[in-house]
Design a protein around this ligand. Structure first.
Ligand SMILES: Cc1cc2nc3c(=O)[nH]c(=O)nc-3n(C[C@H](O)[C@H](O)[C@H](O)COP(=O)(O)OP(=O)(O)OC[C@H]3O[C@@H](n4cnc5c(N)ncnc54)[C@H](O)[C@@H]3O)c2cc1C
Length: 313
């Protein structure tokens, strides 16, 4: 074992990135794995030709001192900025940017779905969907949404009691490039279908052109979980046009389904961690449905691992 140990961080959302950064700054050798093509998880920015959308999280706010200090640091570096002069901060040029900033210099294996953990002689190996085995690692931090953590633990024959208590609502997200403009940068009509309409193009540092992101309500998203994408686009466009009182005539429209979007039942603990196994799990499902909660959870898990990495397994 190297002096400070090696840790696998599974998931490159804000929880995984916060954990990876904290571990790496303490001298631990970290490798991050994510099944996606890029990093950010639900802090997502999609670019298609010359249009771009934040189709996951829209903005972040700080409630506690740790995340407030981090937001200040990011603002000084120009990777976040206030949105429309409010206390809502957005990533610049997209919501993914703060996660990229946290992971700068840390090795990330993208397009790598982790399907199993194996423990041999008190150290961990992680196996991806292609059968490749990575490791050994002295500790593992899993930062997926809770149902995906539960699937991995079950496939690996290990348990972190409490994971099964967290629950999520889904969200269909519609991205529209249009000439029409809503009355405000952010409206939350909370009709049956529509929870939020954000004027994506009003965020700082975005490319030219008008773009809206429309999020369906949890109830509507649940009812339409298996509805084909094209039908979701048509229905949400119609519902948004009714609210805005104008035709949207989109030059681009697509929908993305987030199966695990918003935490409905949180664990009410900063993270789950087993010091004997040096195995833990973190994410928004621990503390609540917000970016800050996921960040705080990732930090808490890193602190748990750091307290143990110095002692023999
Ligand atoms: C539509 C929507 C709108 C939202 N709006 C807001 C908002 O305005 N403000 C706010 O504060 N929060 C908002 N949220 C919530 C916020 O995005 C999340 O709370 C936060 O980003 C969660 O971060 P996380 O790191 O816990 O999880 P995630 O961001 O989900 O990261 C988990 C990562 O694990 C990876 N992963 C999963 N399984 C595997 C596997 N088997 N192998 C490898 N990798 C895997 C995923 O690819 C993902 O990158 C919104 C979320 C959604 C979906």
């Amino acid at each position: 074992m190297s002096e400070h140990g090696r840790v696998a961080v599974l998931g490159a959302g804000i929880a995984g990135a916060a954990a990876a950064r904290r571990l790496s700054e303490a001298g631990v050798r970290v490798r991050v794995f994510d099944k996606g093509r890029g990093v950010g998880g639900r802090m997502a920015t999609r670019r298609v030709d010359d249009v771009q959308f934040d189709h996951g999280a829209q903005f972040m706010r700080a409630h506690g001192p740790a995340f407030a200090a981090e937001l200040d640091r990011w603002a000084q570096r120009g990777i976040v900025a206030p949105w429309a002069g409010s206390d809502r901060y957005v990533g610049v040029p997209g919501m993914t940017e703060p996660v990229r900033g946290l992971l700068a210099g840390i090795p990330v294996s993208s397009v790598t779905t982790i399907v199993r953990l194996r423990r041999e002689r008190a150290r961990w190996h992680v196996e991806d969907a292609s059968g490749t085995v990575h490791g050994p690692f002295d500790g593992v931090a899993i930062t997926f949404p809770a149902p995906q953590v539960a699937t991995l633990l079950e496939a690996s024959g290990v348990a972190l009691p409490g994971v099964g208590r967290a629950a999520y609502a889904p969200c269909w997200s519609l991205m529209v490039a249009t000439d029409a403009s809503p009355p405000d940068v952010l409206i939350e009509p909370r009709t049956d279908a529509i929870g939020l309409i954000a004027q994506d193009s009003s965020k700082p540092g975005r490319p030219a052109g008008r773009r809206l992101t429309v999020h369906a309500t949890p109830e509507w998203s649940r009812r339409h979980l298996e509805t084909p994408r094209e039908a979701v686009v048509a229905e949400l466009l119609g519902a948004a046009e009714d609210i805005l009182g104008t035709g949207l005539r989109p030059s681009h429209a697509e929908a993305h389904r987030w199966r695990y979007a918003q935490v409905e039942t949180a664990l009410r603990k900063p993270c789950l961690y087993d010091p004997d196994l040096r195995l833990g799990a973190a994410g928004d499902w621990c503390l609540g449905a917000r970016i800050e909660a996921a960040y705080d959870s990732g930090e808490a898990l890193a602190r748990g691992l750091l307290a143990d990495l110095g002692r023999p397994a």
